[in-house]
Each structure stands twice: as C-alpha cells, then as structure tokens.
Design a protein around this ligand. Structure first.
Ligand code: BG6
Length: 369
C-alpha cells in the first residue's frame, strides 16, 4: 500500500503533484471560467459578503493563512484566519455578511465543527474545504469545496495541505470573478499558472536528494528555526510544525521581519535556520529584506538553510545550503517552498528511527474538543 515507499508520509509527499492536479481538475468551463459544481450557495450572498473568516486547526490553519494573502489580493475582501477553538469561545463579530471558510482534511475535527455551528448560529454562511466525503463538517456547511487529495493515512498532513491551499486559490479566483474585482484575462492568467504547478511540485520532489542528505546529517539536532515573510511566513510555521510532530525536535517558525524584535536573540553559533526567500521578481523590497535577515543571522553564526527560487543568485553569499524551487507567481509559491520542509522532517524523523506515520500522542482526526 505504501507503493514502495518507506512510510505513508513519504508516499503522500510524492502523491502531491497528483493531489493538486486532481483538485484543479474539471473546474473550468470551455471559456476558461471557473466552475465550482459542488459550491451550492446563493451567488447574491457571495457578492455581498464584507468579510471572510477562515477557521481551522493545525496544518489546515496554515493553509488558511496562505489563503488570506491570495484572497485579499485578488478579491479585496478582508480575510481573518483564526484557530477554530479560539474563534468559538471569544464572542467573534460574525453576521449574515460574513463568509466563514472552514478548512479540514478529515471533516470531523470537533473544534472546527463547533466553530462552524457557532458561525451559522450567528447567521454566517459557511463554505467548507474538505478532503473526506461523507464526513460531518460538509453536511453542516452551506456549501463544500472538496479537495481531491485521496485518502491521507499519515497523521501529519502533506498532500491534504497542498490541496487545501489549491482549493482556497480556486475559491479566491471564483470570488474575484463573481465580484468583478479582477479582469477575466487576469484570472485566466493565474489559473494557467496554477495548472502548471503540479509539474513544478514534481520538480521539487525530484530535487529532494540533497535535503534528505542534510536531514540525515542533522538527525541529532536539538533545535531548528524557520523564517519566512509574506506567504513564506505560514510556510515557515508549517515547516516547524512538521518537525515538532514527526521528529520531536524543538522548532519554531517566525515572520522574518520579527527577527530583530526578539528571535534573533536565539541565534548562536551552529543554530540551524531555514529561510524561505520571497521571489526576487515579486516585491523586490521584500526579497532584499529577507536577504539581509540571512546575512544578519549568518554573521551571528547561524547555519543557513535557504529555500530560494531558481536563478536567485543573491542568496549564494549567505547560504550554507540552498534548496532551489522553480519560478512561479509569489502567491502560488507555498505549493513549492513547503515541499523541501516536508521532506526534511520526514527524512530526519526516519533517521532518528521514529514512526513518521504515527507520531506519539497525535491522532489523525481529533473528535473531542
Ligand atoms: C491534527 C492533525 O490533530 O488535526 C493535523 O494531527 C491536522 O495533521 C489537524 O492538520 C486538523 O485536522 P483536519 O482533519 O481538521 O484537517
């Protein structure tokens, strides 16, 4: 069943190009317009919502953070992302003009389900992004957008995460189109870029040999930090979460801009730090700021493990290692930049002799609050 891989997680990392491709499949009509067949909600409501609140837990919440950057940029609707268990118990401002997007692989996470119920009681409409057909959360939502990742067996999420991000992009593009925030040719352009992503994800997986090697060398590491900015920030958080979950190593993700406000105090000689570098073709000020961050931590002795876009030679003077990813539009880049971090955590935990599919104390689906 593991298809020749050492673990379900390793197999599921390799399933990602297909999971993303399948989630995109059949969602445009002949004109290239987005068609979300299983999105059964009154379009008039979607035209008038004035706020989106994404609720989720764990890895699914990081997919929500990526969604925020994309949906706000494409649709100009304010998007909040909140952990489902925090949302439910703090009397959130939610009403008929709020669209709640619940993201969940299992469709059974109790914290997320309770948040969905609470939101609907306040009059909000709920769209759920779910991987498991026939589960509870889609039944209790006003609409559902299924991710087509196939069954995910490993407790730590990989292909479901990439599929959730993909589905959130589709939702953002759909809303942009519906609300007239973007011209159709711009939407078509982003959609084209999205369709090119499965092959690029495959490319990152194919280049995974070096990150596996480094992970094996680092099997005895006691702490790893992760930095990212813009959409690289949730990627850094997810990279840290994967390492905690699988390898039981202290790991923290930070927004790179926050470094000077505290985390830089943690840097001492030999501290490994992954840095997700924004594309130099995007907002160049962001790129150069993150390059400066790498320079700063390296000057204090950090071991810099850099994830950068092909051709970004500016990272070379300050990187101990570079893991290259193909070029793509910045907002889509998490689909690529998170993959070396997944491989790193999986390989490092395996090298430590741990069960990567069933980490201690964790369950695939947490059906209690
Ligand atoms: C956690 C799982 O308990 O629940 C994570 O270990 C997952 O992998 C999180 O991201 C949320 O689960 P779901 O099913 O709601 O996406």
């Amino acid at each position: 069943e593991k298809g020749g891989f050492g673990s379900f997680m390793d197999k599921e990392i390799h399933d990602q190009p297909q999971a993303v491709g399948d989630t995109l499949l059949g969602r445009t009509d002949l004109q290239g317009d987005l068609v979300l067949d299983d999105l059964r909600i009154d379009e008039a409501v979607l035209r008038t919502v004035d706020k989106i609140v994404v609720i989720a837990c764990g890895t699914a919440a990081y997919a929500g953070h990526v969604a925020k950057y994309a949906i706000e940029h494409w649709c100009r609707i304010p998007v909040e992302v909140e952990l489902a268990h925090e949302f439910r118990y703090r009397d959130p401002v939610v009403n008929e003009k709020t669209l709640v997007v619940a993201i969940t692989q299992s469709g059974e996470t109790m914290d997320t389900l309770m948040a969905v119920r609470h939101a609907r009681e306040q009059g909000a409409k709920v769209i759920s992004i779910v991987n498991t057909h026939g589960s509870t959360i889609p039944r209790e939502s006003d609409a559902v957008l299924y991710t087509h990742a196939g069954p995910e067996i490993a407790v730590a999420s990989t292909k479901a995460f990439l599929s959730q991000i993909t589905a959130a992009y589709l939702l953002g593009l759909y809303l942009a189109q519906l609300r007239g925030n973007k011209f159709p040719d711009e939407i078509a352009e982003i959609y084209e870029a999205l369709r090119a992503m499965p092959a690029k994800i495959q490319e990152v997986i194919d280049r995974g040999g070096r990150v596996r090697e480094i992970a094996r060398w680092m099997a005895d590491t006691s702490s790893v930090l992760f930095l990212g900015r813009h959409v690289g920030f949730p990627v850094a958080m997810e990279g840290a979460l994967k390492l905690k979950e699988l390898a039981y190593i202290h790991a923290e993700g930070f927004a790179a801009g926050e470094l000077k406000h505290g985390p830089i105090a943690l840097i001492e000689p030999g501290q490994p730090v992954f840095v997700v570098v924004p594309s130099p073709r995007g907002r160049d000020s962001l790129h150069s700021k993150v390059i400066s961050n790498i320079q700063e931590i390296r000057a204090r002795g950090a071991r810099t493990l850099v994830i950068a876009e092909d051709g970004d030679d500016a990272v070379l003077p300050f990187a101990d290692e570079v893991f290259w990813v193909p070029q793509c539009p910045t907002l889509l880049s998490p689909l690529l930049t998170v993959v070396p971090l997944q491989i790193f955590a999986c390989e490092l935990a395996t090298a430590r002799g741990l069960d990567v599919d069933q980490p201690r104390n964790l369950a695939k689906s947490v059906t209690v609050e």
